[in-house]
Write a protein that binds this ligand. Structure first.
Ligand SMILES: [Zn+2]
Length: 346
């Protein structure tokens, strides 16, 4: 099969396009004919071998976790899916045997694996995945939009619905609206939960797109002060919830924007992972800081259900054919896009 793979870590030039054997599946797996695979930051980290993603690379490794496509083969123990089903795949593979998996809290699995990172992924014509990681999608949901769902919507769903319990009468601050996570958080907060959304972004052009997704207020942080504007927009009360996936650069301003009782969720640290926490203010203001890493399989099912009903959608900025995956990675590094970059497999 055609695939894009790496045999060494490095820049975009280590992405090779060529032929590899098709995956062989086990009894509880499905084989998926990949139609689209969206790109995430973790793909670039794994390509470069940084942030804990270094691999031995004894064999060629195929990147890519967020896959949508058609089931072409189901293992003999699979009852829920069959050849011909259109599916989207959750890339986090859990052991099914640890205490957390058994108690349905599989987001906390102690022996997780990750499609495209620690297992061969979706930059290929075919990928093998556990059947429990796939959810059916209707004909009305395009493959590229479906592939833009898993890695950005699942942590946001977990963070806003379960952990922060954002309410319709509350206000959420979404940092970096133009990213996949940002564009997901705006939609879930607005269209699913009915909350008031303040988003931040770097340019007026991106601000317009954030508004069209549902942001009530957009702060262009290159021109305006995030804390000042957040306070002004909330009658000087502050925001109730912060969605942070950017890390160090915005921590101080976002913390200063938060109301008493506020919940500060972190699901990424793109700009750096160290922060200076004022513990005194944290307890005097009864605030919470917490992290989420992806979510449960049930969160994913709910995300796909909401996308199937048209409440939320994967925001696709640009698609690239499989052979041009290196260009897609370059576009990711250049950071000049809104939403997701997606690889399509004709
Ligand atoms: Zn487990």
């Amino acid at each position: 099969m055609k695939a894009v793979y790496i045999t060494e870590h490095g820049g975009t030039e280590v992405l090779k396009y060529g032929d590899l054997p098709e995956p062989i599946i086990g009894p509880t797996d499905i084989k998926v004919r990949v139609k689209a695979c969206s790109i995430n930051r973790v793909d670039a980290f794994t390509r470069a071998g940084i942030k804990g993603t270094r691999l031995r690379l004894a064999d060629p490794h195929i990147l890519g976790g967020d896959v949508a496509g058609d089931v072409v083969e189901a293992g003999e123990a699979v009852t829920r899916l069959k050849a011909g089903d259109r599916v989207v795949v959750l890339p986090r593979v859990t052991c099914g045997q640890c205490q957390f998996c058994i108690s349905a809290d599989d987001e906390l699995c102690t022996r997780p694996r990750q499609l495209g990172t620690t297992m061969n992924g979706g930059y290929a014509e075919y990928v093998g995945v556990p059947a429990v990681n796939a959810v059916k999608i209707p004909d009305t949901l395009a493959y590229d939009e479906a592939s833009a769902l898993p890695t950005v919507f699942v942590p946001v769903w977990n963070m806003l619905l379960r952990r922060a319990r954002l309410q319709s009468w509350e206000t959420v601050l979404v940092l970096s609206a133009s990213s996949g996570v940002g564009s997901a958080a705006i939609q879930v907060a607005k269209n699913v939960l009915g909350a008031t959304v303040i988003a931040t972004t770097s340019t007026q052009e991106k601000a317009l797109k954030a508004r069209s997704l549902g942001a009530d207020e957009v702060i262009v942080y290159t021109e305006e002060d995030i804390a000042e504007k957040s306070m002004a927009a909330t009658d000087h009360r502050g925001v109730n919830v912060v969605v942070d996936h950017v890390g160090s650069d915005f921590w101080e301003m976002a913390m200063a924007s938060m109301a008493p009782g506020g919940r500060y969720g972190i699901c990424g640290v793109t700009t750096g992972y160290r922060a200076d926490l004022h513990m005194g203010l944290l307890f005097v203001r009864s605030q919470t800081v917490f992290g989420v890493y992806m979510g449960r399989k049930e969160d994913f099912r709910q995300v796909v259900d909401s996308a199937s009903k048209g409440l939320i959608r994967g925001v696709v900025d640009q698609t690239f054919p499989l052979a041009d995956t290196a260009d897609a990675h370059q576009a990711l590094e250049d950071r000049n896009f809104f939403g997701k970059l997606v690889i399509t497999v004709p």
